[in-house]
Each structure stands twice: as structure tokens, then as C-alpha cells.
Design a protein around this ligand. Structure first.
Ligand code: XMP
Ligand code: MG
Length: 177
């Protein structure tokens, strides 16, 4: 079983590339069906969601727009509990069908902080698509509408997710040992 090292920690493979890609195709198919005839606006939350957003977007067959915002609450392997917006939203979401794209919903803090800012702008609908959900780690309850994988409460890296800046380029997802 491949073990990798990122900074001072060792990680085991948890989700191989093929499983991630297969699941993203399934998520895209659900979204294509649910939004047929509509033109949703995807809002991807940087940095972690960039790979998921790119791969999911390639499998959409509906008309769709995408925009990016940057929020962060993590430092190292712990959530700071403090959500900072460093790139804000530039598009008008009033009356739009909006789908948030996240790499991972962990405690729910990031989205709990961000969602009211969006609902305040009165989108027609607002849904959440996340590749990973640590449902056991919930502190701020949220029900993501599209979930790739429900995973245990262990730190993961790869496929856009980082440990102190490294590991984002891995094609697979790895779990800390
Ligand atoms: P919250 O707790 O706000 O967490 O739902 C969401 C954000 O925290 C980051 N995060 C992680 N990043 N491995 C990572 O590399 C993890 O296991 C992990 N858990 C949470 C991530 O940026 C996410 O958007
Ligand atoms: Mg993130």
C-alpha cells in the first residue's frame, strides 16, 4: 500500500484516482438531470476545490457558469475557527440558481459563515456540492445536496487538498496515518 510523506506526516492512500473520477462523473450526471433547461452559477471555494471544480465542470452538459471565491479557516491540520475571505464574489447572484463547490465539508464552519452572505443576495436557489464530507466532524449542521464521499474524521490531502501548502498536486486522496 503506497505510503507518502508530506512535511512531517505520513499518509496512506484512501481514494484512488479512478474512484474519484468515477464519482465525479456520477455527481455531474445528477446535476445535469436536476438542472436540465436551467443555467446554474457554480461558485467554487478556493483554494482546495480547484481540481474538483475543473473535473466536475468538464462533465456538465447543461449551460453553466462558474465563479471563484477564496475562503480559508485552516492552518496546518486544524481549523482555526476563523473564516477569512480573501477574494470576494464578483458576480450578481440575485435570482440565480447557485451551486457551491467545496472540496470538503468538515465542521461546517466555513459554509455556515459564508451561506448567509449568499442568501442575503436572494438567489433563486442555493445548493452545496462537496467532494468529501466528514459528517462525523459536524459542529455547524449543514446538509450538502451532492456529496462525493462521506469520509471518517481523519485529515486528508491530495486532489486539491493540502497540508500546509503541499499535497494539492496528488491525483489520489490520502489519509493521515
Ligand atoms: P470546515 O470545518 O469549515 O472545513 O467545514 C472546511 C475547510 O477546511 C479545510 N479542511 C481540510 N483540508 N484536509 C485538508 O487538506 C482535511 O482533512 C480538511 N478538513 C477541512 C478545507 O479547506 C475545507 O474547505
Ligand atoms: Mg476548502
Amino acid at each position: 500500500m503506497p505510503v507518502i510523506k508530506v512535511h512531517d506526516k505520513s499518509f496512506d492512500i484512501y481514494l484512488p484516482e479512478e474512484s474519484i473520477q468515477q464519482r465525479i462523473k456520477e455527481m455531474a450526471a445528477l446535476i445535469n438531470a436536476d438542472y436540465a433547461g436551467k443555467k446554474p452559477l457554480f461558485i467554487a471555494i478556493l483554494n482546495g476545490s480547484f481540481m474538483f471544480a475543473a473535473d466536475l465542470f468538464k462533465h456538465l452538459t447543461i449551460d453553466a457558469e462558474i465563479s471563484f471565491i477564496k475562503l480559508a479557516s485552516y492552518k496546518g491540520m486544524k481549523s482555526t475557527g476563523n473564516v477569512v475571505t480573501s477574494i470576494g464574489l464578483e458576480v450578481d447572484i440575485f435570482g440565480r440558481e447557485v451551486i457551491i463547490l467545496e472540496d470538503i465539508v468538515d465542521t461546517g464552519k466555513t459554509l455556515h459563515h459564508f451561506l448567509p452572505k449568499l442568501t442575503h443576495q436572494q438567489p433563486l436557489s442555493l445548493k452545496i456540492a462537496t467532494l468529501l464530507h466528514k459528517s462525523e466532524a459536524t459542529v455547524f449542521p449543514l446538509n450538502p445536496d451532492y456529496v462525493g464521499f462521506d469520509i471518517p474524521n481523519k485529515f486528508v490531502v491530495g486532489y486539491g487538498l493540502d497540508y500546509d501548502g503541499l499535497g494539492r498536486n496528488l491525483k489520489e486522496i490520502y489519509q493521515v496515518i
